[in-house]
Design a protein around this ligand. Structure first.
Ligand code: 0O2
Length: 211
């Protein structure tokens, strides 16, 4: 592919920067309102050019179809403490009018064969560029901390073995995914207790920083 990647990716970088600020803003608003926040932290990235070329090759996507068919050139991840927080975040996204949701993929109810769990939301996001408005696609992945831990590790193992993970490691990863799921379930059972403790902790920290 003989493309001017830097120019192509400028609006995607802008979208990632804007969306990170917006979603981190939600977190701050929750904190100021003394309600427990469904968002633990937010990350974002523009897909590296090498990954774009690989994915386009694997999926047989030509240059002219790249921006329409690769939905994750701009990617945002929203991490939550509890599985139920994911639903809260999805509802917050559905209420917004600064982008349109095009597709939702629920890999939590329907986990992938690898063991991967996450909720994906594909949005159409308007970015202001020199020529005017450009609507771009972005993928938001919403997951718990445990799901993120698993996915990050599995991603690097997958990268090491270039997609050909040995069977014994694959099985261990599947078992680890189940363990992560049990951790999420256990934490959800004592959610009220954990959130009370976190509020007490925050209030005490606020008081001590005031003096
Ligand atoms: P990266 O490096 O994170 O950008 P496909 O790529 O065909 O499987 P599709 O239709 O493009 O899938 O979208 P999908 O499956 O909704 O989302 C793909 C992205 O989800 C991946 O992007 C990963 O970020 C994440 N993902 C999906 N399945 C797995 C998995 O089994 N393990 C891990 N760790 N992550 C997964 P990329 O481009 O593959 O990678």
């Amino acid at each position: 592919m003989n493309m001017d990647w830097e120019t192509l990716l400028v609006p995607y970088k802008q979208a990632v920067d804007e969306l990170k600020i917006k979603f981190r803003g939600i977190r701050e608003q929750f904190e100021k309102s003394s309600q427990s926040c469904p968002i633990e932290f937010v990350t974002g990235r523009v897909k590296p050019v090498k990954s774009i070329i690989n994915k386009a090759y694997q999926k047989n996507i030509t240059e002219d179809r790249l921006e329409n068919e690769l939905q994750d050139l701009a990617g945002i991840r929203i991490m939550c403490q509890f599985t139920n927080d994911i639903e809260t975040v999805i509802n917050l996204l559905r209420q917004r009018n600064d982008f349109t949701i095009l597709e939702e993929r629920d890999y939590i109810t329907h986990k992938k064969p690898s063991g991967y769990r996450s909720y994906h939301v594909v949005i159409e996001y308007p970015v202001q560029v020199l020529e005017g408005e450009k609507k771009i696609l972005a993928e938001i992945q919403i997951r718990t901390l445990a799901m993120n831990f698993w996915a990050t590790i599995e991603h690097s193992i997958n990268y090491k073995y270039q997609g050909q993970i040995p069977e014994d490691i694959r099985e261990r990863l599947q078992r680890a995914a189940e363990a992560a799921n049990r951790l999420d379930e256990e934490m959800s059972q004592i959610r009220g207790e954990i959130q009370d403790a976190q509020l007490v902790f925050l209030e005490r920290n606020d008081q001590s920083s005031e003096t």
